[in-house]
Design a binder for this molecule. Sequence first.
Ligand code: ADP
Length: 706
Amino acid sequence: MLQAQKILKKYYGYETFREGQEKIIKSILDGKDTFAIMPTGAGKSICFQIPSLLLDGLTLVISPLISLMKDQVDALKGNGIKATYINSSLTAREVRERIENAKNGVYTLLYVAPERLESEGFCHLLKNLQISLVAVDEAHCVSQWGHDFRPSYGRIAPFIKTLSHRPIVTAFTATATKEVKEDIINLLGFESPSIYVTGFDRKNLSFSVMRGANKKDFILDYVKYNKDEVGIIYAATRKEVENIYENLRKKGYAVGKYHAGLSGDERKERQEAFIYDDIHIMVATNAFGMGIDKSNVRYVIHYNIPKNMEAYYQEAGRAGRDGEASQCILLFSPQDVLLQKYLIEQNNLSEEREKNEYRKLQEMVDYCHTSKCLRKYILEYFGEEKVGDTCHNCSNCKDDSELMDRTIEAQKIFSCIYRMKEKYGTSLVAQVLRGSKNKKVLGFGFHGLSTYGIMKEYTEKEIKDMMNILIAEGYLHLTEGQYPVVRLGKKSVGVLKNKEKVLQKIQKRKEEVIIDHSLFEVLRKLRKEISTREKVPPYIVFSDSTLRQMSEYYPIDEEAMLRIKGVGEEKLKKYGDEFLRIIKSYVKENHIEDVKTYTKENIKETKDEKVPSHVVTFNLYKEGNSLKEIALTREMTPFTIQNHIIRCATEGLPVDLDDFIPKEYEALIIQTIKSIGAEKLKPIKEALPKEVDYLAIKAVLCKYNS
Ligand code: ADP
């Protein structure tokens, strides 16, 4: 295994294996058929790529998507590993050439699409190669129970049988349901396989559910405050995708759309633009994503509830593959559940499977309503036991919303609905409450109701937003059909009788706080230049987490650079000089004197990227260490540690900002920010007395912004 460890470092630039990887690699190297179930982003590829480098002969990878193949092969080549692919994008001549090369031992890995195995001729060509390992990626495609069934996966087992020397057979998937697991084991021609199921937890992902929020406003607000970040917004229908896309496009965002109604070329072009960071936001149906290995997706928002937890976790899991903190947000509204039910009905499934689908949908709805830790809910759903009760990183554990008493408003709404005999939709109810004089309201004689005009102080939209939250929380129901009518739910009775209160969560508005990301931004720009020059996606040059580490540790020589996660020998050779040059000049310009600390050996802790770096800092802070002490222990600059703490505070973790603000200067700092503006820190700092440090300014900004 020492060899495997060395390869991990040399080619991938990673110090330690992630959970499960080592055992899986060992099992393969021991010659055993191996089946691994790991969540999206956990690092499956390395599990077959490292053995491929240690075994004699060729590793054949069966991979379902052309884009995925190209991506993986690009990434491998970038790391100095010899790989190629064969799929329908090549000419017959290119195919022959690659086979010939493979015969001559030019490649370590050969990726092929499963459909290729349907051609006898092609299988015949493969038989002449010395295949020592077969890796079936996305193995759930073999199962009809899975969500991406591919009939040609059924050809894999017969093909393996025809080989004169039986290779080690391995399979990888993120799908853990019982039926799919059984199918994979039965249909891939395994011989007593070792099975590994790693934990499903993705600690760097933070999960949130928003019930009844005004989705359009939410999205506009969210992208505004995350405008430099890359994200995916999933919606349930093409129409919805088009609407969201238009809204964002009109506001000038670099946004793309993707759904099955677009031509193949259009889809391909959008996908490329997203992969190359030319488009920052992708609005898409669930047709998008499989085969997207893009590691720097910082958020995934579900505009509508997906059909089940498997689909949700797979889609949400596309965030944060690089291990950096990322957000997964689900916007819940009960109307969307009706759409999913309709889709189930349309499928003409057998009674048993239809029941199964309904049950799964209900479990998804329950996720949206649970008050326990969302992570715990997810992990228990996937069969994990002994999950901790709080994760400190989901909307239920990290509740940074305020509770507002909405009882009076709710009572007004309920009694108006009651007086309108529960026969109308939300718009008309809102108009009556506002006291609208429109034809419909007057025509029905609603201006005579005692509830007419009792909510004049709100706009129609505000009243409707409130009603939507009341619907999402189960106080009100909407009927099905084209013109849904709003009715009182059981829960409303207690409120009308003044026995129960309605408390609504109001999300505290998060303002942008200037945290110094300037080096990260400079590095990101350099990465984009290299990406354009070399025609490989930016995240294949270096992942966000690699750039993030560079901007926290300031490596200024090759030795230090090699310690950065994701910098292997090949990458150092290719890009080391360019990055070192930029970091050196940054360090010089900004007078960051203490970078030399980094050349010491102790950075293992941050290599374990499962817990985001700023949270590691937070935990030390919670234990009572001063920022200086933390900087020393973590061998990071105090500057970096300060940024961590401010970031924690913005994210709602309990940080006492007053600790960092000298009382006697607080008023002055506020005044200075008001007069100069908060765009840049430097002018604020310069206008203040010397003893006020950057941290104090950032803390004030943070304190008064949230
Ligand atoms: P999966 O196929 O399981 O969804 P990938 O194989 O694409 O995941 O890996 C996800 C990301 O994690 C990639 O960017 C990969 O380089 C990174 N990764 C894999 N193993 C490690 C490791 N041991 N240390 C750090 N990063 C890793």
